[in-house]
Design a protein around this ligand. Sequence first.
Ligand SMILES: C[S@@+](CC[C@H](N)C(=O)[O-])C[C@H]1O[C@@H](n2cnc3c(N)ncnc32)[C@H](O)[C@@H]1O
Length: 310
Amino acid sequence: MDTATLLGDSTTQEKKVTLTSEETTNPTVTIPSKPEDNGGTVVETISISKNQQKKKRRYEKLMAVKKRKKEQDKEEKRARREMNGRNLEQEKQTQKAREMSGEGHKKRQEKWQKRMENSVNQFKICIDCSFDASMTTKEIGSLSNQIRYCYAVNKSSDNPVHFSVSSLSGLNHDNLKKVCGFPDQWKSFTCSEKSLLEMNSNNKDKLIYLTSDSDNTLKDLDDDKIYVIGGIVDRNRLKGATKKIAEQFGFETAKLPIDENVQVCSTKVLTCNHVFEILLKYHEHGEDWKKALLDVLPIRKDVKQVSNKD
Ligand SMILES: C[S@@+](CC[C@H](N)C(=O)[O-])C[C@H]1O[C@@H](n2cnc3c(N)ncnc32)[C@H](O)[C@@H]1O
């Protein structure tokens, strides 16, 4: 059967439509207007031009090639392992038995615990997601992706921190719930619908709200502090939003020492994940902000070093 697949906006809901050969020649398809209308009564009609059909066929062909290549790679990997004398079937059984007994999970947990204890980063990082109402659906989608990225970077770091997310609700929460293992299996991670203040009611004096608009510049990172990143994706539309919130609640604020260390030709307002990563890398680079900034900031920001005056 001749098929064509219609993909919707990947950041929102995926629409998949299968066309019969008859529909492909007469390019009008009927799809449910909402995911929950599947097989229901409300329908909407979408016309597909010849050009779109061509694009779709090309896309499908590409996907099929990719799938074949993936299977081939998997087969080659398996053959290589067997050639090296490994009994894959037995390994699979052992792994299964270990999982059933909970031994594997326990071991992974212990290993992670050790990594946390030995981490040079003993401070904490929190992303405050109380700005959703001022963001578009797309921006909230990007924020969810940035939180996922921060978690992935932290998990693979040799020096992870305790990571938390406050005021997590609505679409942002729904997006993250779709991620495998979120939140129960996420390591050293806490999230809550509670506000930053509610989550840290006994530690208000430990909070340092990061904002590029602060008059204070970070000199060092203190093991005892919780560094807060404003959960905002706004293409600089919501100017001063984090500073305003921080002042309203009386939180201490600080900005990253960008001017003192690097020359950035574009904006000094960074994304949440870049700020997260810079904090994570500061100790790893021997308490050197310049190295941490140069390591993390993208080339497109045209980052240059500022020469040391001392
Ligand atoms: C995309 S920025 C949000 C910009 C927003 N207009 C605001 O009011 O801050 C996301 C977050 O990253 C942090 N951030 C970005 N650039 C920073 C900098 N240069 N110094 C300290 N924190 C920064 C802040 O916590 C900020 O809320």
